[in-house]
Design a protein around this ligand. Sequence first.
Ligand SMILES: C[S@@+](CC[C@H](N)C(=O)[O-])C[C@H]1O[C@@H](n2cnc3c(N)ncnc32)[C@H](O)[C@@H]1O
Length: 724
Amino acid sequence: MPEGFVHSVKVPRIYKTAACTIKKIAEHRASLKELVYERKHPNIKAIYALAATALQNSSQLTELLEKTEILKKEPRLDHWLARILITELIWGKQSLQSEAKPVLTIRNYENQLRDALKNTSNDKIEKSIKKVKNVYVILNKKPVVTLVKIHFLISVEKPRYVRVNTLIMSVDDAIQEFKNDGYNLLPKSPNYKSYLKSLESLDTFSFIQDYHIRELFAFKAGTAFYDHDGYNSGALVLQDKASCLPANLLNPPSGSVVLDMCAAPERNERRYQLLCNLIESSGANIVETINADALKIDSNKYPDIEYILVDPSCSGSGMDRIEVNESTNKNDPSRLKSLQSFQVFLLRHALFNFPTAKRVVYSTCSIYAEENEMVIDEILNNVGDAYKLVPIKETLKNEWINYSSEKFNCKDNCLYAKPSVDYSNGFFVAVFERNFDVPLPEIRKVKEELKDEQVEGSNNGKFNNQRKNRKQETGKNELIVNGNNKGEGKRKKIKKKKGLSKYDNDKLNDNKVSCEKEKSLNERAENVVKKEFNEENENSNKAGKNKRKKKKMSTEKGENGEKNEENSEETDVKKKKKKLLADEVKDVEKSNVDGEENSEKANIKKKRKKKKLLTKDVDDVEKNYLNGEEKFEETNIKKKKKKKKLLTENEVQVEENNEDNIEKVEKNKKKLKGETNSELKSDVNDKNNTGEDEETKKKKKRKYDSVEDNNSNENVTKKKRKKN
Ligand SMILES: C[S@@+](CC[C@H](N)C(=O)[O-])C[C@H]1O[C@@H](n2cnc3c(N)ncnc32)[C@H](O)[C@@H]1O
């Protein structure tokens, strides 16, 4: 084995994971929190902080990379990893400890980076006050650097927000701690606009108390808190201002019962455990966790719920991200529609199914009206006067800047947080307050009655008709909430029914619930429910789906036959539509019903798939690097290994030859005594030697070669022995 060969040092996993995370955010527009908490890493907090800091300083990082031309000069360096390493070097620990190649590379540029940083500070301030800016940045990570026009969603620098967990530390004590750390508290601002100006002037040694949230503080962007004792003890939480707003606006008085419907666990055991751990480490000992689908929470079991937070899955369009390509900065409309249906569904569940709820806060980290104003408008159509939308403008005494659009029925009663204005993530918040003088619209009762009917199993004809109609009205509620697996035939009947009876129509009109709207909502909700709830059943359902597809195909064949018979295109299209609809309903229903049974199986599969994906993701960054320098090294290793193998084989051969031939050699030696090799050689090589025939020449050559071989073999073996 060649001496002095050292295996390449691996990049610390924390950097690889953080690099992967920001890459995903940039490419897939996922939320930072969700991505980080997907990761299995002992130091999730540090990864979160690293990724968040890199995202916050995204524009500056771009500039640093451009000015130092690191990516051009080091084409094998993964650019996401470069961002993370620079973040650690500049805004994090201020040093890089590993001896891994990418780390060494960035370390070599430390001085250049720091110089470039000084020169970027002016540009940075200029950028931070511009709302939206088109810039050119290096987007791809391949050796050939391409400039792509991108749209900066967040061109401003967000401060480092630190929330004091008042269960562990009082706000006053926290202020004192910060002062002890050497920070100066900036004076309180008289209004929100001047507060925003103060935020712009934050420097490395100052901090300010948030204008709206007493326990929230802002430090200069990039201030590293992830090594801070307060952060490690759980007394300080690094949380963007925008995501503090919903709980702040919910404002439940002490002693009230609050339900956080989307706290994150879903049906994922690991995430549920994470949530439990987080709650425990926060010192909250009055929190009861429920690991369930929020849509299935039975309000009878929790009769005292007074305040509800609804923070459903959304496009995340307002969240931290690096750059958004202009062509992709708007979500695909069908995805938005699906999300919207799901959001409406969840919010309606909160409003209609918890009769004791006093206030419900709906929020998203999306900037799209589809997930915000349009959801609220749809809900307003449903709730009548049983709930009113609280004008946040008044709540905040007009000390806010952006509200929902007047174009919608919700008018400007909801709030928008905008990165370019509020120095926070993009967010939307709406607050509903219950008016107990007005009973909840019938829709809730219908669902309750429906449940009773199912329990009673009544066969009354008139009653059954009503039930069918009500199913149409609340069909998907029933499918989802109760996970009821009714027969295909029955569902078909329900679907076949074209309209509602006069009785139901009147009733629905009374309740301001449009049948068509309800129907379309339900249909859209089906799709969403499939996507949002049953992702985990995807694998287990695949087989079933394939079966159905086959069945559908054969049915279609049959239908085609019918079509010829009937010679009616219209009938055929209708049939197909019905069939597709029925299939879809079946999918949703099956997913929900099978969900529980299959969840274990599906969980295992999902975990495996996730693990595989995760490993792949985490290794991506490394792979990119490997593709370059390390791959080169890898090839070298392979070559060396091959050489070593050949050498070993040779040695073995030599040993064997040696042992086999040792006698032969001795014999030859004896035989050739007096006959020098040179003589033989000259004999063999002497082209002019024509005195001997060809055969004799060949024999002599063989003899010569054999002696030469054996002599050299013997030498190698000797050397080897000596070495050993
Ligand atoms: C936007 S995230 C909010 C997370 C959390 N509130 C936070 O601020 O970190 C939405 C969360 O809702 C959860 N979710 C979606 N559908 C749900 C359901 N039917 N039941 C319970 N949770 C759900 C998702 O798992 C996701 O974590």
